[in-house]
Design a binder for this molecule. Structure first.
Ligand SMILES: C[S@@+](CC[C@H](N)C(=O)[O-])C[C@H]1O[C@@H](n2cnc3c(N)ncnc32)[C@H](O)[C@@H]1O
Length: 297
């Protein structure tokens, strides 16, 4: 990846994000997962408020890209996970008109074999979005107990044969590469299947290595705090486990009860149009939920 890779990256559900967030001139913005900066660029171009806005990513390459894209405009670019960033922003007493979290992996991770997210591109079993963190997928695969592996595979991968896959992994240890792991998982699912059987195991390990659901569960209440009254929050998720967490938080805060603190803008999650899916196949699984803060809690 080069630092100008943002020029070929298309942000998902951009029109839908803009219609939910409704950026107005002068408003400030927090992007919790800025990535290549595609959404951020569109929003900040409309508001013109760089100086009071913040973009965050836990991936060092994303940060380099953001620094190139938003050079000399006074935008704060933070290399942190979004939960740490939100905690710091709450401590600093900051508030925002708009917050976007476009969570999950980006092509930045999947396309680089060395990052170890993909079994299509053989690489080391890494999967860390933030390479400053100690635990890699190899650590989990090679040192977790059988029960821990079963739990990770069943909970985060919804793998129906979690026990069998865990046993096969343990018998084949140590495993070092993504292709080795994919070959072992395939043994639990002989015969043809539409989706490669290792897909669920890779999702599970990635979620565990990056504490993806924990980050989301802990951050939603902080993002809520960080919104000004009338501020808008949009979250794009890429699998049902994440979407469930967002849906539940919105339901708790945004029902019809008298002290609801969010007005839900998306009764059902917004998804990509057929045209967007053709031009950007990864948008197929994207789900956008958005809400407006109706009062301070
Ligand atoms: C789908 S990409 C975002 C793309 C971005 N919206 C754009 O328009 O270019 C997701 C990004 O979120 C980052 N990310 C995922 N989980 C994160 C977390 N917990 N904290 C901070 N960044 C995270 C990833 O490193 C990745 O760069």
């Amino acid at each position: 990846m080069t630092d100008d890779s943002y020029q070929i990256h298309t942000p998902v559900l951009l029109a839908e994000v803009l219609s939910c967030l409704q950026p107005q001139a002068g408003e400030n913005y927090l992007d919790a997962t800025a990535g290549y900066g595609g959404h951020a660029d569109s929003i900040l171009t409309q508001t013109g408020n760089y100086a009071d806005s913040v973009v965050v990513d836990r991936d060092a390459r994303a940060i380099t890209t953001l620094e190139t894209r938003f050079k000399d405009v006074g935008l704060a670019i933070r290399h942190e996970d979004y939960y740490a960033a939100a905690s710091h922003l709450v401590e600093e007493g900051r508030q925002f008109d708009m917050i976007l979290a476009d969570i999950g992996v980006s092509s930045l991770h999947l396309d680089e074999a060395v990052r170890g997210f993909s079994f299509a591109n053989d690489g080391p079993l890494d999967m860390r979005m933030d390479q400053r963190v100690a635990t890699t997928a190899a650590h989990l695969v090679n040192s977790a107990s059988e029960d821990e592996l079963i739990n990770i595979l069943a909970r985060y991968g919804e793998e129906p044969k979690a026990a069998k896959v865990a046993r096969l992994i343990i018998a084949a240890r140590p495993l070092q590469t993504t292709a080795e792991l994919a070959t072992v998982v395939k043994k639990a699912w002989p015969g043809h299947s539409r989706v490669h059987p290792a897909t669920r195991t890779f999702q599970a390990l990635r979620i565990a290595v990056n504490d993806e659901l924990g980050q989301l569960e802990r951050s939603l209440p902080l993002w809520h705090k960080l919104l000004k009254p009338g501020g808008r929050l949009a979250v794009i998720s890429f699998h049902s486990l994440e979407d469930r967490v967002v849906k539940q938080f919105f339901a708790e805060q945004g029902g019809d009860f008298f002290d609801a603190s969010l007005k839900i803008l998306t009764k059902r999650p917004l998804t990509a149009s057929a045209t967007e899916i053709v031009s950007n196949p990864r948008s197929r699984s994207a789900k956008l939920r958005a809400a407006v803060k109706i009062k301070t809690k």
